[in-house]
Ligand binder design. Structure first.
Ligand code: C2E
Ligand code: CA
Ligand code: CA
Length: 774
């Protein structure tokens, strides 16, 4: 059947064409009435009952068509197919062609069979009238128009031709172009219909796409027409502005939206004018975007790219997330994450803005504050407790009058306080005392109570010279003084500190150079056997002869080297030199090298010792290292592990300056030590003070009984030596009486000589036996 129907047009378009055929049913009833009337009138004129038969057929065919139309109406067109449409079009064609054929036959009968001129005229008239409705009703189907025309025309022409009357034939010939022009007309109408249907179809596609784009975009959109009335508004705008779907917005002024929002609390009523002005700025192109803050903590950005005259488009975007993130980032860039105090960068800005109203000579101050023993809090209670303490401390700082103070955390436990409103230089004392007593005190957290003490350094200047960095450097120097002072919690900066700082910096540089160049020297102080007074070993002591300042004592530069992080290099130098020199003495005596607390935290120290022994080819039993109690206490587990490794490699370990630290004797017992060196403070008064002697004797005997070798340091007089001999338990002695520190060559020379007693003191000589007890 497809040969009959064009199926290359979309099925829904065809359906609308077929619907057009089945529509407009009144004309059918009118047609039927006209056909029946004509047949009846001709019958009256001719008395020929055939016309009654025609009338009956017209009634029958029209009824069948009506039934068909009724069935068409009940058809379910939700599942469309060309086949289904073809079937209905065919039904229609058969019905319509049957009526046309009947009309044609009516003419044929009137013209040729009975040749009654009234019948002829009446039947031709009703046929021609019906032909008009062929175009009017059926233009939507080309098939219908052509086939109906053919069905109607052929019997008429046949009748005219068969009459053999030239006039009939002429009329018949004239009917042909009439029919053709009808077909033509129908074609034209159909094309217009087709174009209209297709356009509507395209338009509805565009509309539905536009609609789904509009309602699926994340932003809200309002389009205003040239009169500033709302032409388009999507669902998102309603959602964002909490406008109910029931409220019609189309064709209303945008003002309605603004009023609605203010009425429903999105922004306060008194803001309405301001919001209106800002929206106007957008519509007039004075701004491209603006962010509105709503009462419910939301931020809506409104953008407008097109001017009002062209029909403006306003895009609404909920930027709450972005604004909050930006605020968060800005907060993070300005405030310390742990304490919430301004960080160092924002601190400067705050200080600048606080001091803008100052007179040039107004005094301002900067205090650098350090929490005393904060490391201890961290070590003892854990980092969480440390953090909590910092937070609470910051909270107290933040409680200071913001008109006079700016507090900041610069990192770690370093806090900085800017102070203004200082009446005179003496007034800073009162202010600082107040601040410190406000900040110090008991802090409570996690069911702990901690008394927090602080140290501070303060630098003062006038506003016109305000240089925060410079003040900070000076306050830092003052803090350094405060920390090393026993009774001052805070110290104000004075120029002398700067001079001292500079010379200290220079000394540090010089020390670094000296260590790098290996220009330190080593001297050796004899350690002698108490029994034989022979040299058993020597202690290597470093010496620094500064080119300008002369000799500088190790008590001054060893802490510097530790602070600068170059003590390991110094120790390595000492180990190498001591091992080399000791090897050059022919393995007659041992050597002892001092280690710093920092060395014992360094995993490389064991390798360094082994390396020095190997390089000098010195047996490990001839080397001893000396460590102080404080070095062990500061990180007991780690240092014990290192000492054990050193001991395992065969070298001796002496506890230096014993008695000056805080370690208990029971704790001593657990350490991998071979020897104890009793500090010289135990020796100093033994001659004059009996109790001091008893103390020395107790310490010596106890250490001896714990299985340690015992060396007594700082023996300066014969009386002391005599008393020490009486203590029992000491093996070795060391002190100026028995030998001051000497160069390697001098030690070597001494080893050659034999023991002689001089009036000034004892001359000692080497003892090569019993070195293993060294
Ligand atoms: P220390 O380890 O207790 O060294 C002994 C110190 O006591 C030496 O001072 C020595 O000259 C001094 N001394 C010796 N006998 C007597 C005496 O009878 N009476 C008095 N009053 N003092 C005596 P020095 O050389 O000034 O060393 C001081 C400290 O510097 C040393 O104390 C040691 O802790 C440290 N030190 C020296 N050289 C080094 C080194 O190379 N490395 C490390 N880490 N520390 C070193
Ligand atoms: Ca020592
Ligand atoms: Ca010592």
């Amino acid at each position: 059947m497809t040969w009959l129907f064009k199926t290359n047009i979309p099925v829904d378009v065809r359906l609308s064409f077929v619907r057009a055929l089945y529509g407009n049913r009144e004309t059918l009833w009118f047609g039927l009435a006209a056909h029946l009337l004509t047949c009846a009138v001709i019958y009256l004129k001719t008395n020929d009952t055939v016309f009654l038969g025609f009338a009956g057929l017209f009634a029958l065919f029209t009824s069948i068509r009506m039934l068909d139309m009724y069935l068409f109406d009940r058809e379910d067109f939700s599942k469309l197919s060309h086949d289904k449409i073809n079937r209905w079009e065919l039904h229609y064609l058969i019905g319509a062609c049957a009526i046309c054929l009947l009309l044609g036959l009516l003419c044929f009968y009137s013209t040729y069979i009975i040749s009654d001129s009234f019948a002829e005229l009446a039947s031709l008239a009703v046929l021609l009238a019906s032909v008009v409705s062929i175009v009017g009703r059926n233009y939507a189907s080309r098939n219908a128009v052509v086939m109906m025309s053919v069905c109607a025309l052929l019997p008429v022409l046949a009748g005219f031709v068969l009459t053999n009357s030239i006039f009939h034939i002429i009329i018949g010939a004239l009917l042909v172009p009439y029919f053709l022009s009808n077909i033509q007309m129908a074609n034209g109408l159909r094309q217009s219909l087709f174009a209209a249907v297709m356009n509507e179809r395209r338009l509805s596609t565009v509309v539905s796409r536009f609609d789904s784009a509009l309602n699926n975009m994340p932003q809200g959109l309002v389009m205003l027409d040239g009169r500033a009335a709302i032409a388009v508004v999507n669902k998102q705008v309603r959602d964002m502005l909490n406008i109910s779907q029931n409220i019609s917005l189309l064709n209303r002024s945008f003002e309605v939206v603004l009023r609605y929002c203010s009425k429903h609390g999105l922004f306060p009523r008194e803001e309405l004018d301001n919001v209106r002005m800002r929206i106007d700025d957008l519509l007039e192109g004075r701004r491209q975007r603006d962010v509105f803050q709503f009462g419910d903590e939301r931020y809506i950005e409104v953008m407008c790219n097109q001017r009002r005259e062209e029909g403006a488009v306003l895009i609404f975007d909920d930027v709450t997330g972005r604004i909050e993130a930006e605020a968060q980032i800005q907060h993070m860039a300005r405030y310390d994450g742990l304490t919430g105090l301004p960080n160092r960068f924002y601190f400067e800005t705050l200080v600048r803005s606080l001091t803008t109203g100052n007179k040039p000579d107004d005094l301002v101050a900067l205090a650098v504050i350090d929490l005393n023993h904060f490391k201890h809090v961290n070590d003892t209670y854990g980092h969480h407790a440390g953090d909590e303490l910092l937070r609470q401390f910051a909270e107290r700082m933040a409680g200071l009058d913001p008109q006079r103070f700016v507090a900041s955390r610069f990192g770690g436990d370093e806090f900085v306080l800017f102070i203004q409103g200082i009446k005179n230089r003496a007034h800073i004392n009162t202010v600082m005392d107040e601040v410190i007593s406000f900040l110090c005190g008991v802090y409570e957290f996690a069911s702990q109570q901690i008394y927090l003490d602080i140290s501070a350094g303060v630098a003062v200047d006038v506003t016109k010279n305000l240089d925060l960095r410079g003040l900070h450097v000076n306050a830092d120097l003052a803090l350094y003084e405060a920390k090393s002072s026993e009774h001052d919690r805070w110290v104000a900066f004075v120029e002398a500190m700067d001079t001292k700082y500079r010379s200290r910096q220079k000394l540090k540089n010089d020390l670094r150079e000296a260590v790098n160049a290996g220009s330190l020297t080593v001297v050796y102080q004899p350690i002698v056997s108490l029994n034989s007074l022979r040299i058993v070993a020597v202690e290597a002591l470093s010496r620094w002869h500064h080119p300008q300042l002369g000799p500088i004592g190790p008590a001054d530069y060893i802490p510097l080297a530790e602070e600068m992080g170059i003590i390991t290099e110094l120790t390595q130098f000492m180990l190498r030199r001591a091992c080399e020199d000791c090897a050059s003495w022919g393995h007659k005596i041992g050597v002892s090298v001092n280690l710093s607390a920092i060395d014992l935290k360094n995993n490389g120290i064991v390798d360094m010792v082994v390396d020095a022994l190997q390089k000098a080819q010195l047996p490990s039993y001839l080397l001893e290292v000396e460590v102080t109690e404080s070095a062990i206490i500061s990180d007991r587990l780690k240092t014990c592990e290192m000492l054990q490794k050193l001991k395992n490699s065969g070298i001796n370990i002496a506890l230096d300056d014993f008695g000056t630290g805080y370690s208990s004797l029971s704790y001593l017992n657990t350490l991998p030590l071979t020897k104890v060196k009793v500090d010289r403070s135990f020796v100093r008064d033994i001659v004059t003070d009996r109790r001091a002697f008893m103390l020395l004797r107790g310490v010596t005997q106890l250490s001896h009984e714990l299985g340690f070798g015992v060396t007594i340091e700082g023996v300066e007089t014969e009386e002391q030596l005599k008393l020490i001999r009486g203590t029992g338990g000491a093996d070795l002695v060391q002190g100026f009486l028995l030998g001051t520190p000497l160069s390697a060559a001098e030690i070597n020379a001494q080893l050659e000589q034999s023991l002689t007693i001089t009036p000034k003191g004892y001359k000692v000589t080497a003892e090569t036996d019993g070195l293993s007890s060294f």
